[in-house]
Design a protein around this ligand. Structure first.
Ligand code: ADP
Ligand code: MG
Length: 423
C-alpha cells in the first residue's frame, strides 16, 4: 500500500512525497499501524531499512492530530533516546523533515556543546526531544525538562541503550515519565537478555522481527581478508587508491589507532579524516559535514560511528580492526547498503584477531566469506605502497608520540570538566 492510502494527515503525506518516500518499507509497514493505535512496540529490522521513519511518521501524526487538546506548556510529548550525538542530530532532522508542514516541534540536545542555547530553545516549548542520556540528565537535574505529560518514549539502538552502561539511566527516566506511556524499542540487533529487560519495562509489546535469520543487511556483500597487523595499512592504501572516487568508511578499535591510521594514509598521499570520542564536538560536526558532502572521501572512525549513522553513498566499509563487540560487526557493515543502495565491506583479520572473528561468526550464525589473497598478490600489495618509512623504529616512535598526545588531550579535557563542575 502506498503512503497516499494511509490514514495519515495530509501535511505528513506531503512531506513524505517530497522526500521521495512512496511506499513504506517492510518495517514501516509493520510498525506504523500499531504505533498509531498507541501500542508498545519492540521492532527488530536490518540496518538501513528505514526504522527512523517507522517511528517518526506515526509519532508525528499522533501529536499533530492531538494538537488542539494539548498545550506545549504541559511539557514534552515524546522523548527519543539515542547513544550518540551525531545520531541525535540525524534523527531530529528526519522528524523535522517529515513534520515540516505540521506544527510539531522537534529539537535535540547532546553534550560537548554549550547548554544555554539548548535551554533557551526548550523553554520556548518543544513537542519532541531527541537526546543522548548525558546531557538529558544534566538538564533534568537543572529542572529544565518536564516529562509529566509524556506520551511516547522511544529507545533507538534499543539493545545498546538497555545494555549495562545505560540501563540505570533508562530506569531513572522511566521513573520520571507517566506509567501509561507508549514505549517503542527499535534496533537491528537484540539478544534474549536484552529482550527480557525490554519486556520488564512494558506490558505486552507488539513484537516485530524482520529477517531474523541474517542480521547483516542483504544489501551488503561482506568478506574477511587475512592480513597481518603490520600490513593492514598497505592493504588500506591499495584499496583506497583503487577506488579513488568512492566514499570509504574505515573502522578501527581505538582513538589512538584512528589518528595513527590517518597519519599513515597521509604519508602515502591519501586525505582522510577521523571521528571519535576524543575529539571536540565542533570538530566532530565539521568532519561529518566534510564527509557527507564528499569533500573528503575517507573517514576513519571508532565504534562511536558504528550505529545508526545514515550517510548516503558510502560504498565501502573497511573493518581495519575487528570490533570487540560482535553485534557491532552488523552495525559497522550496515553503514553501507542503505535503503536501495548496495554496498561492500571487508574486514582485515590478523592472527591475533582470529578468536574475535570466531565470536563474530557465532553471533551471525554463519561464516563470513573469505577474500582469498594469493601470496604474490599479498607481496605486491606491500610493495605497491608509497610508504617508505617501513623501519620499525620510526613507526614505534610515531606511535609513542600519538599515545602521548592522546594522553595529554584527555588530561586536558578532564581538567576542563573539573573546572566546569566547580563553576
Ligand atoms: P535504519 O534506522 O533502519 O538503519 P534509516 O531510518 O536510517 O534506517 O533509513 C535508511 C535510509 O532509507 C534513509 O536514507 C532514508 O531516507 C531511507 N528511507 C526510509 N524510508 C524510506 C521509504 N519509505 N522509501 C524510500 N527511502 C526510505
Ligand atoms: Mg536507525
Amino acid at each position: 500500500m502506498k503512503f497516499s492510502k494511509y490514514p495519515l494527515a495530509p501535511e505528513i503525506k506531503q512531506s513524505l512525497e517530497r522526500l521521495g518516500f512512496k511506499k513504506p518499507t517492510d518495517i514501516q509497514y509493520r510498525s506504523i499501524s500499531p504505533i498509531l493505535r498507541g501500542d508498545d512496540v519492540l521492532a527488530i529490522a536490518q540496518t538501513g531499512t528505514g526504522k527512523t521513519a517507522a517511528f517518526a511518521i506515526p509519532i508525528l501524526n499522533n501529536i499533530h492530530n492531538a494538537k488542539e487538546h494539548q498545550r506545549r506548556e504541559d511539557g514534552i510529548k515524546c522523548l527519543v533516546m539515542v547513544p550518540t550525538r551525531e545520531l541525535a542530530i540525524q534523527i531530529t532532522e528526519v522528524f523535522q523533515q517529515i513534520g515540516r508542514n505540521t506544527r510539531v516541534k522537534t529539537f535535540c540536545t547532546f553534550g560537548g556543546v554549550e547548554q544555554d542555547a539548548q535551554i533557551a530553545r526548550i523553554q520556548k516549548g518543544i513537542d519532541i526531544l531527541v537526546t543522548t542520556p548525558g546531557r538529558m540528565f544534566d538538564l533534568i537535574h537543572q529542572k529544565q525538562l518536564n516529562f509529566r505529560r509524556l506520551d511516547t518514549l522511544v529507545l533507538d539502538e534499543a539493545d545498546h541503550m538497555l545494555d549495562l552502561g545505560f540501563i540505570k539511566d533508562i530506569r531513572d527516566v522511566v521513573k520520571l515519565v507517566p506509567r501509561n506511556r507508549q514505549t517503542l524499542f527499535f534496533s537491528a540487533t537484540i539478544n534474549e537478555e536484552i529482550k527480557t529487560l525490554a519486556y520488564s519495562l512494558v506490558s505486552k509489546p507488539v513484537r516485530i522481527h524482520i529477517s531474523p535469520k541474517d542480521p547483516v543487511s542483504k544489501n551488503v556483500n561482506h568478506s574477511v581478508a587475512f592480513v597481518e597487523m603490520d600490513d593492514k595499512r598497505f592493504f588500506l592504501e591499495r584499496l583506497v587508491k583503487e577506488r579513488e572516487n568512492e566514499k570509504i568508511l574505515v573502522f578501527v578499535r581505538t582513538q589512538v589507532r584512528a589518528e595513527r591510521v590517518m597519519k599513515a594514509m597521509e604519508r602515502v598521499g591519501i586525505k582522510a579524516l577521523t571521528i571519535h570520542g576524543g575529539k571536540d564536538q565542533k570538530d566532530r560536526m565539521e568532519v561529518m559535514r566534510a564527509y557527507k558532502t564528499g569533500e573528503v572521501k575517507v573517514l576513519i572512525a571508532t565504534d562511536v560511528s558504528a550505529r545508526g549513522i545514515d550517510i548516503p553513498g558510502v560504498q565501502y566499509v573497511v573493518n581495519y580492526d575487528l570490533p570487540d563487540q560482535p553485534e557491532n560487526y552488523v552495525h559497522r557493515v550496515g553503514r553501507t547498503g542503505r535503503g536501495r543502495e548496495k554496498g561492500l565491506a571487508v574486514s582485515f583479520c590478523s592472527e591475533q584477531e582470529k578468536e574475535t572473528l570466531e565470536i563474530i561468526q557465532s553471533f551471525l550464525h554463519k561464516e563470513i566469506k573469505v577474500m582469498e589473497i594469493e601470496k604474490q598478490d599479498y607481496t605486491a600489495t606491500v610493495d605497491f605502497s608509497e610508504d617508505h618509512t617501513n623501519d620499525w623504529k620510526t613507526l614505534m616512535k610515531e606511535q609513542a608520540v600519538y599515545e602521548e598526545e592522546m594522553k595529554e588531550l584527555q588530561a586536558k579535557r578532564r581538567k576542563q570538566k573539573l573546572k566546569k563542575k566547580k563553576k
